[in-house]
Write a protein that binds this ligand. Structure first.
Ligand code: GLU
Length: 283
């Protein structure tokens, strides 16, 4: 398969917290163990969710933690043309369609596993008279997509049935995460994606897009996400505290323990094979 290319792709919605450190450390250690490259991509596609200064804060925090990346940082905000070109290619092949549905209009549709709505196909045959396009969706089809996740094991999803035609271009004109991540992983030559298991349910959508765009499918390893005392995923929204960068060694040691590692070295096989774990792991 040749050279290993891994990546960490934070969204600059706030300072790095323990949950993002776990994902960063796992992907960094895997890349180093394979003597590969570890790239950094700033997923700054969503201005309303971003916090001024957060991207810089994340870079400084990674430096303090000794998690050095290779090459320049790729910023999604500078790549709209590439996402547009990929979207145009899919559209030329008749694989996309304009959709007028609002979130509100989809409220009665069945819930997908990730909490979004399974698209009922309302606009698939064309917009109803008087309706204006808001988003562009991918026309999904085909057999379930399976992949052998290096941590979570064999995982399978029928995108057409379990997600439905998903959005590629949002109503605010921004490329959807699923499209951007696939185009970026392809353009950056990423061979291995190591990230939090909250994205396990996005992976089949991403593989589906890779196949349509003629991209190679990377290997995937989804490590458990960190839960707080209330059982919620650590995030800015759930009030995760920023990392204590006055003691980077202690934070790294905590992340290593969370990932089931011994004090030295790195072994992906020791990472707990679950989607989520509480922050307090027994010593
Ligand atoms: N930007 C995403 C996040 O911070 C990660 C995307 C990915 O690793 O594919 O959750």
């Amino acid at each position: 398969m040749g050279e290993y290319v891994g990546r960490f792709a934070p969204s600059p919605t706030g300072p790095l917290h323990f949950g993002s450190l776990v994902a960063a450390l796992a992907s960094h250690m895997e890349a180093k163990a394979a003597k590969g490259k570890w790239l950094l991509r700033m997923e700054d596609l969503d201005p309303p969710r971003e916090q001024p200064g957060a991207a810089d804060q994340i870079l400084r925090a990674l430096e303090k933690l000794g998690l050095e990346w290779d090459g320049p940082v790729l910023a999604q905000s500078a790549r709209f043309e590439r996402y547009r070109a990929a979207l145009d290619e899919l559209s030329r092949r008749g694989l996309t369609y304009p959709c007028a549905c609002t979130r509100r209009e989809l409220e009665d549709s069945a819930l997908a596993i990730d909490g979004s709505r399974i698209y009922p196909g309302t606009c698939r045959q064309g917009l109803a008279p008087g309706k204006a396009a808001r988003t562009q969706r991918l026309r999904t089809h085909g057999a379930p997509i399976g992949f052998a996740d290096l941590v979570q094991g064999w995982t399978e999803q029928s995108v057409a049935k379990e997600v439905g035609d998903f959005v590629l271009l949002r109503a605010d004109g921004i490329a959807a995460y699923q499209l951007a991540v696939v185009v970026d992983d392809m353009d950056q030559g990423v061979t291995d994606v190591v990230r939090g298991a909250d994205l396990l349910d996005s992976t089949a959508r991403q593989i589906h897009l890779q196949r349509l765009l003629g991209a190679r499918t990377p290997r995937y390893a989804h490590v458990p996400v960190v839960l707080n005392a209330a059982g919620e995923k650590l995030s800015k929204q759930t009030g995760a505290r920023p990392l204590d960068l006055s003691d980077p060694k202690a934070e790294l040691a905590r992340a290593r323990r969370f990932l089931g590692q011994a004090e030295d070295g790195w072994d992906l096989a020791r990472v707990p094979r679950v989607r989520a774990l509480p922050i307090c792991v027994p010593e």
